[in-house]
Design a protein. Structure first.
Length: 166
């Protein structure tokens, strides 16, 4: 069974790497545009999860001596990612409802918050739109993968069994 956990952790490392790249690119882009609306909960949780995934794959010593402590230390940033990204999606839906109320009344068009065709993006603008959409959903998907990995580890045991102390 440890091989299945190792494969799951490698997949989790790829998901965390994708999330880490999307989050850092988004913060670099938004900082360059002068935006100050950064959500550091997502940034810090992404960094912690990425580093802990790498540590859990390559180091033979467990990060925490007890698997329940490790589970708790992994679940805290995962739940922060899920909570923050769920709030971002909620804000996008709320803003879309507000825009649709105004746009339907005044211009007869509607706005869908999860597509990139509303503003007529072309060229590099479509990449910017995809980055924003990825930023909304990548942390949520990463949090779900972390929860799955924690549950599998709790049910199947640690990847490297701890040595008995003498």
């Amino acid at each position: 069974m440890p091989r299945a956990i190792l494969v799951l952790r490698i997949w989790l490392a790829f998901v965390c790497l994708f999330n880490f790249a999307v989050v850092n690119t988004y913060y670099g882009m938004s900082g360059g545009l002068g935006s100050r609306g950064a959500d550091y909960g997502i940034l810090i949780s992404s960094i912690l999860l990425f580093l802990s995934c790498l540590y859990s794959i390559w180091d033979k010593k467990p990060l925490a001596g007890n698997k329940y402590i490790r589970a708790l230390l992994m679940l805290i940033p995962a739940l922060a990612l899920i909570g923050c990204s769920s709030y971002l999606v909620h804000l996008q839906i709320t803003m879309a409802d507000f825009y649709n109320e105004y746009l339907q009344k005044n211009q007869g068009i509607s706005y869908n918050p999860f597509t990139c065709d509303f503003y007529g993006y072309e060229g590099s603008g479509i990449g910017l739109c995809f980055l924003v959409q990825s930023y909304n959903f990548a942390p949520f998907i990463t949090g779900v993968f972390v929860i799955i990995e924690v549950l599998v580890t709790l049910l199947m045991g640690l990847l490297y069994p701890s040595k008995p102390e003498h």
